[in-house]
Design a protein around this ligand. Sequence first.
Ligand code: HEM
Ligand SMILES: N[C@@H](CC(=O)c1ccccc1NC=O)C(=O)O
Length: 274
Amino acid sequence: MTKNSHSAYTDFKDKMTYSDYLQLEPILNSQKRLSDHHDEMLFIVIHQVSELWMKLMLHEIRGAITSLQQDQFQPAFKQLARVSKTQAQIIQAWDVLATLTPSEYVEFRDSLGQASGFQSYQHRQLEFLLGKKTPHILKIYENEPTILSGLQADYEKPTLYDEAIQALARAGLFSDKTVLERDVTKSHQSTESVRDAWQVVYQQSNRYWNLYQLAEKLVDLEDWHQQWRFRHLKTVERIIGMKSGTGGSAGVHYLKAVLDDYFFPELWELRTTI
Ligand code: HEM
Ligand SMILES: N[C@@H](CC(=O)c1ccccc1NC=O)C(=O)O
């Protein structure tokens, strides 16, 4: 399109404002408090900001999966580095939320009903793309067909880690068909053959530099993810103690129980065996 052509597109673009481009009207009119409690604004904004960052992370992880499928390691590294920087950013939100005291929170907690972070579908999409495939999660969205079909699609796709293992195979380091042709709708289980292959990558890093760097990017990502969960747990403990959750779980007890899951178990195990 040339600069002087007078299409509807150019007219619109010439007049487009900052808030048009960023769709600020819908975004900034979406903080609807259900109570008249002052601190509910903080609660809503923290969640919305976290969801926006999750949107970016999903975009970058999808990009990294596509890059890896084509053995394009450099773009994949850039995308994964951006994910980790975003994770570092999102963790800071807990410091802001921790300014909410138990007495402030109980004043508007009832107005949340049974809603819970447990239902964050972008969080579940992240888990699916990273490798935690929990079929019972899909049931939560039975009555929300649009969300369900998006989630189902990610549930059925190979994960970021599946693609990393395929890259190991293409490099001639891995050939175990039980892993390479696994049912990708299940969570990956730690396997000795996978650990052995990554161990070779670490021991001969000069020869397998791309895979070595990829492994460390995955460890970064998992490390940050665990830190996010730990900070969630501690912030929740600080605000609601041992009360049960609005989502029906045992609250902090539940969050503790699910803390010890790994997306990329062999990359952690090799630290012991190497
Ligand atoms: C006062 C603040 C918060 C409290 C008291 C809280 C409490 C809880 C509790 C008790 C659960 C367990 C499920 C349940 O029974 O409800 C949970 C799960 C969850 N929360 Fe929060 N939360 C808070 C803030 C946040 C924020 C800011 C996020 C960011 C989006 C978040 C994301 C999640 C996610 C993703 C889960 C599911 C975790 C899993 O199943 O592994 N929460 N939260
Ligand atoms: N599960 C929380 C409620 C909660 O935190 C929440 C409620 C509605 C929307 C997002 C929430 N955040 C994270 O779990 C609680 O038990 O207090």
